[in-house]
Design a protein around this ligand. Structure first.
Ligand code: SRM
Ligand code: SF4
Length: 567
């Protein structure tokens, strides 16, 4: 089979330069040349258009209302208050719709027009944050368990994850030449890319670090997962998991969400060698003809996990140790104040769908700006689109609390369990792949679902709800106890029955249904859950499985990799 056209674009790009400079300078259109639309992703940006007015503009014979999304590379999602203020200023000056926290601990800016792309990139870099490799067929932003500083190991794991992120950056100077006016290197495009080669990876690649018992990172949804094994106050190493991914295509059985397999244990000093072995195996054996089948999960399923493990060990130059026991107890966030091992306090705030804006209803951007002006610690984004005001000295808590109340940032107080555990992807109007609303629909759906929950005495039940506007799964919907996956305007597949720890995928329950049918179905299921569950401690997803309402597929036994993941 011949290589996909994207492979040729990469190959001919002179290490991700393409004709980006010419495209940016072209005053005739708000868009980039076709190939450059692919290449700009590696620089952390996507060309988009406002889908709310796409049809109207077509009727008026105008080109679509093009603008760009920019995504940061912020390993583990940590920024200082000074950086926060700069990001806020960038959002206010150059973008629309404020700051958006993503499901991988990054920020996104939406609605940046072409002529403002370069100043925006420069301003982001001036804040000592970059966007390199935030998108594209490379290793993306590395996710790290967010609940920070609760024990000394968090700092160690975060440092190792940040170092790995740096070492896996592409070598090309294209980013610095195009956006930061760095002088062109002689023979531009000939820098070596020892990790990626000249056609980079067959597809995006994602790494997450989890710290049991918390699986807020949804580690098994990643191509490569590192599960910290802790003895005393020390990270003695990591269990390695491979082959996770969420993306699927409606009606195409060749594509599916898949949870990663745990294949062994490594010491911290083996981290880079193993990551490199996993990535280069995928680089050399991943499918470069069919992009829908190009993620690592398919390489593993096509060739077998035993083959994959052998190849990784051969490349790393040492065998992986037997996986160590570990146990996760939840995969969402825990809200409110918590005290860390160093005596500092951390406040986790619920940010609905990660969107931080000022509008007629809320002034969250202003509120966090005021907090950043007085905060002495850090801001940490969680992998669930929420925000931790981290490292607050005990004496400053009251001041932060007052600002949180003043700007109504205390959405977690008195919120239903469903609301606290709800994720929604961006979807319309910016996402070019969206089939149904997600972020914009979440508030309305939550209000209606909460009425049902209250009726059944389940207001506080911590049920995980995830909405994605299409089956690509950016809110990791296949790990939701309840998930809506967009099919068409106002219509969703209702998926049910994932667990509460990110270790069991849900299954399709009803296909292509509208809100009335969704709410009717949930009403019936909530009634049964309230009346028939073993105890209040039994989670909704587990109840659905125990009651036989959904039947998850039996995991395929994988000989030779007999790891007990579920405690
Ligand atoms: Fe995603 C594509 C948004 C996390 C799987 N994702 C997109 C694009 C860029 C649409 C596009 O290709 O044109 C979306 C931009 C929307 C917009 O307007 O901003 C988009 N993805 C997001 C974010 C912002 C969702 C959010 O609400 O927070 C997340 C950004 C993460 C980051 O900071 O890097 C985001 N995307 C994810 C996740 C979750 C995760 O990684 O934990 C997944 C599922 C895990 C996985 O990768 O398997 C995910 N996004 C996809 C896919 C399906 C990939 C596949 O293997 O099939 C696509 C489509 C594609 O790549 O072709 C996609
Ligand atoms: Fe867009 Fe689909 Fe991802 Fe939602 S899940 S952001 S609709 S690609």
């Amino acid at each position: 089979m011949s290589a996909h056209s994207v492979e040729h674009i990469k190959q001919d790009s002179a290490r991700l330069r393409g004709t980006l400079l010419e495209s940016l300078a072209n005053p005739i259109t708000g868009a980039l040349a076709d190939g450059d639309q692919t290449l700009i992703k590696y620089h952390g940006s996507y060309q988009q258009d406002d889908r709310d007015i796409r049809e109207e503009r077509r009727r008026q014979k105008l080109e679509p209302d093009y603008s760009f999304m920019i995504r940061t590379r912020t390993p583990g999602g940590v920024v200082t208050p000074a950086q926060w203020l700069k990001l806020d200023a960038i959002a206010t000056t150059y973008a629309e719709r404020g700051l958006r926290i993503t499901t991988r601990q990054a920020f996104q800016f939406h609605g940046v027009i072409k002529t403002r792309l370069k100043p925006t990139m420069q301003a982001i870099n001036a804040a000592l944050i970059d966007t390199l490799a935030a998108c594209g067929d490379v290793n993306r932003n590395v996710v790290v368990a967010a609940n920070p500083l609760l024990s000394p190991v968090h700092a160690t794991v975060h440092a190792q994850a940040a170092a790995l992120s740096e070492r896996l950056l592409p070598n090309t100077r294209a980013y610095y030449e195009i956006w930061l006016d760095e002088e062109k290197v002689a023979g531009s495009g000939e820098e070596t890319e020892p990790v990626y080669g000249e056609t980079y990876l067959p597809r995006k690649f994602k790494i997450a670090f989890a710290i049991p018992p918390t699986n807020d990172a949804d580690v098994f949804a990643n191509d490569l997962g590192l599960i910290a094994i802790i003895e005393g106050d020390e990270v003695v190493g990591y269990n390695v998991s491979v082959g996770g991914g969420m993306g699927a295509t409606h009606g195409d059985a060749e594509t599916y969400p898949r949870l990663a397999d745990v294949i062994g244990f490594i010491a911290p000093e083996q981290l880079f060698d193993v990551a490199l072995a996993v990535i280069t195996t995928q680089r050399d054996f991943g499918n470069r003809a069919v992009r829908k089948r190009a993620r690592l999960k398919y390489t593993i399923d096509d060739r077998g996990i035993d083959w994959f493990k052998d190849e990784v060990e051969r490349r790393a130059g040492f065998p992986l140790g037997p996986a160590r026991p570990f146990a996760f107890d939840h995969n969402g966030d825990r809200f409110g104040w918590r005290e860390g091992s160093d005596g500092h306090c951390h406040l986790t705030l619920r940010i609905p769908a990660g969107r931080i804006v000022d509008n007629d209803d809320v002034k969250h951007l202003s509120g966090l700006r005021e907090i950043a002006k007085v905060h002495e610690g850090e801001f940490r984004m969680t992998p669930n689109q929420n925000l931790v005001i981290a490292g607050v000295p005990a004496g400053q808590r009251e001041r932060i609390d007052a600002l949180v109340r003043e700007y109504a940032l205390d959405a977690h107080v008195g919120a239903s369990g469903l609301r606290l555990n709800a994720l929604a992807c961006v979807s319309l109007p910016t996402c070019g792949l969206a089939m149904a609303e997600a972020e914009r629909y979440l508030p309305e759906l939550l209000d209606k679902a909460e009425t049902l929950l209250a009726r059944h005495g389940l207001f506080d039940a911590p049920i995980h709800l995830r909405i994605s506007g299409c089956p690509n799964g950016c809110s990791r919907p296949y790990l939701g106890e309840i998930a809506l996956v967009g099919k068409a305007s106002g219509r969703y597949n209702l998926m049910l029955g994932a667990d509460h720890r990110g270790q069991r995928l849900n299954v399709l329950h009803r296909e292509n249904i509208d809100e009335t049918a969704i709410l009717a179905e949930l009403d019936t299921l909530f009634a049964r859950y309230a009346n028939e569950r073993e105890s209040a401690a039994q989670h909704f997803g587990d109840f659905l499985v125990a009651a036989g309402i959904v039947t998850p597929p039996v995991p395929t036994p994988r000989p030779g990799i007999a790891i007990e993941v579920i405690p």
